[in-house]
Ligand binder design. Sequence first.
Ligand SMILES: Nc1nc2c(ncn2[C@@H]2O[C@H](COP(=O)(O)OP(=O)(O)O)[C@@H](O)[C@H]2O)c(=O)[nH]1
Ligand SMILES: [Mg+2]
Length: 325
Amino acid sequence: MISLFGKPEKVEPSLLERLKASVSKTKAALSESVDNLFLGQRKIDPALLKHLETALLSADLGVKPTREILDAVREKLDRNALSDASQLKREIKSHIIRILNSNDSKGASAAAPVMASSTNGSGPRVIFIVGVNGAGKTTSIGKLAKRLRQENLSVVLCAADTFRAAAVEQLEIWAKRNGIDVIKQKSGADPAAVVYDAMAAAKARNADVVIVDTAGRLHTKSNLMAELEKMKRTAAKVIPGAPHDVLLVLDATTGQNGLAQAREFTSTVAVTGIILTKLDGTAKGGIVVAIARELGLPIRFVGTGEQINDMVPFDAETYTNSLFD
Ligand SMILES: Nc1nc2c(ncn2[C@@H]2O[C@H](COP(=O)(O)OP(=O)(O)O)[C@@H](O)[C@H]2O)c(=O)[nH]1
Ligand SMILES: [Mg+2]
């Protein structure tokens, strides 16, 4: 069974280690500060709650989730249901998991077609990768292709970021690592024309999946969005129903700024899921909570480094546990 877009049944131990390492900074900022709150047997009082609020906000959980968590904590306190750090942590954890899981139903609908794609002859599954420059789109495509290849799926890459010559070359490097092909044109070509070629090639070859790399020039926002629309229409003409997924790549180190960018994208393109990159470089891993809460989109994968295996399927419990345990 292809677990690519589904809930991972079990995150492999090696991946779990990688995830743990990548959230270590966030963990230090969050979990340890919760522990510190209780040093010297402090009681849970308003001052302590203020410190907790600061810890949650500085891990970038966002204002709304932080307020919700604090409200829940206060409510339990009023009922004398919380007395020590471990109970407080458990309460925070269960809230975070609830927020992270609240978009799962949306995830489920995206999961099924991936699994069907290789068997029911409905044509290749088309995945668009969108996001601003430098977010990690091309790198994530390389990692995603690796996962798909491990599932024995045939993959075609589409170099629709035609704006920079280097972008095509970079995609080709990842293709080579995966032993797969890139459909490309000259730099400066119409991205929709490249999409057309890639769809036709994937169909002719009976490929299972096509992953489309796109440009991310946010400063020409209306052009970019018009360009994306055109690419989507073109894809659908060749492969009905395409794109089946539009994954928005977000750089975790940009924190709340990244969230603002994400809103720009989601307001114009029908994004179906998030790949959150560079979790390894930030103490602001709480951004996953803000994303789930604010965007209402499932997080599919998190990037934990620059190498081909440095991507972990996202799972709320695993993620939250690695933050606190
Ligand atoms: N540490 C780390 N670096 C990453 C990750 N994902 C991407 N990068 C780096 O981010 C930079 C930009 O990535 P790229 O894929 O070119 O972004 P694009 O412009 O969106 O296609 C590169 O130097 C990547 O190696 C990640 O999960 N962790
Ligand atoms: Mg790129």
